[in-house]
Design a protein around this ligand. Structure first.
Ligand code: F6P
Length: 373
């Protein structure tokens, strides 16, 4: 069609459930507004090499429930490649793109923000990440599905752990922020949760495990892959193009399990569910959030509101600047740590020193009676 405006769409960084639904929503809306869409394959790598795939309403129709991303993804950073940004700008021209929708986390959107800031590139962002660590949005799609998977894994570990009177350690993803571990731990009833935001206190963890096994014949410890341990970080650890550690090689869950067994004498096993959290059908929440995000991003393109990202605020999808969204990571706050402590710290139950008639049998609901000195 002569004069039809074209919009490119790419997904970058680790994939997550919801990306296909966001692509679908954006394609439906853009076609309705009279645009043509084109998929850019494998994130920013596809913008450097002008690698495309067709995107039409018919092609995306059956993506309503499918996990992953149909256009592929990569962790390519054009600003780390010689001539990378120039090649990206050339692709804008070559493909006659009037705009580009970039779907990704802080790295992918950081590139989009820079292209807009330094080169006035017409980009709009859609936030995604199972880590849920992007500022400026209440939730990112992918997170709800990832936590649902790990919550299910935790329940399965508790069953087998109880049968064997064991402590079970579940390691979940979360590169810089502990949101996945936090939500999994709270929702699954963990006895101890290890987060990157707070160093693991081995004594406290061991005593929580011992007390749990004594009470209910099983203990569950949930740890984030990025948790800080004493045995940390080799200097020559390999990094990706955005400078992040490749955490898959650390097996922190295994290390924690060894420590627990040594400290408590309780048989301990560990499971790392890794990429299982990133695959499969998205949950209802993620499907709806992603679809709305894709549609709103298409509207921002139509309104020429470049340099913006769509964000969930309360129950609304609103535009926020890419600069604001990528300025800093959203990590677990002290308020959340306090909720976790209420639920998981091994409370030292105050035993009443004298039983008094008329009170509950357990005595746990009354203040302890002070002994005379
Ligand atoms: O996308 C975020 C994330 O899932 C992190 O939680 C995890 O550390 C990382 O990706 C794993 O990356 P890769 O798929 O490259 O192994």
């Amino acid at each position: 069609m002569p004069g039809t405006r074209r919009v490119g769409m790419l997904t970058g960084g680790g994939d997550c459930p919801g990306l296909n639904q966001a692509i679908r929503g954006a394609v439906y809306k853009l076609e309705a507004l009279g645009y043509e869409c084109v998929g850019i394959e494998e994130g920013w790598k596809g913008m450097i090499g002008a690698k495309t795939t067709p995107l039409t309403r018919d092609i995306v129709e059956e993506l309503a429930s499918r996990g992953g991303t149909m256009v592929g993804t990569s962790r390519t950073n054009p600003f780390k490649k010689d001539g990378g940004p120039a090649a990206v700008l050339k692709t804008f021209k070559k493909l006659k793109l009037s705009a580009l929708i970039a779907m990704g986390g802080e790295d992918t959107l950081g590139v989009a923000a820079r292209l807009f800031r330094e080169h006035a590139a017409p980009v709009v962002g859609v936030p995604k990440t199972m880590d849920n660590d992007l500022s400026a949005t209440d939730f990112t799609f992918g997170f709800d599905t990832a936590v649902s998977v790990s919550m299910d894994a935790a329940a399965r570990l508790i069953d087998t752990g109880r049968s064997h009177r064991r402590c079970m350690v579940l390691e979940v993803m979360g590169r810089h922020a502990g949101w996945v571990a936090l939500y999994t731990g709270i929702a699954a009833g963990a006895d101890y949760v290890g987060l990157p935001e707070r160093k693991v206190d081995i004594k406290e963890m061991a005593s929580a495990v011992k007390a749990a096994v004594a009470r209910k014949k099983v203990a569950l410890v949930v740890v984030s892959e990025a948790v800080e341990l004493r045995t940390e970080r080799k200097k020559d650890e390999p990094l990706d193009e955005f400078g992040h550690m490749l955490l898959q090689e650390r097996e922190v869950g295994e290390q924690i399990a060894e420590i627990i067994q040594k400290e408590t004498d309780i048989e301990t096993r560990h499971a790392t569910i890794g990429h299982i959290q990133r695959g499969g059908h998205p949950t209802l929440f993620d499907r709806i959030l992603a679809t709305r995000a894709g549609i709103r991003a298409a509207e921002l393109v139509h309104e020429r509101r470049y340099g913006q990202m769509v964000a969930l605020r309360g129950n609304d999808i609103v535009p926020v600047s890419l600069d604001e969204a990528t300025a800093k990571l959203k990590t677990v706050t002290p308020e959340w740590l306090s909720i976790l402590d209420t639920l998981c710290r091994n409370p030292v139950r105050q035993r009443p020193s004298r039983w008094r008639p008329g009170r509950s049998a357990s005595g746990l609901d009354r203040a302890p009676v002070r002994e005379k000195a």
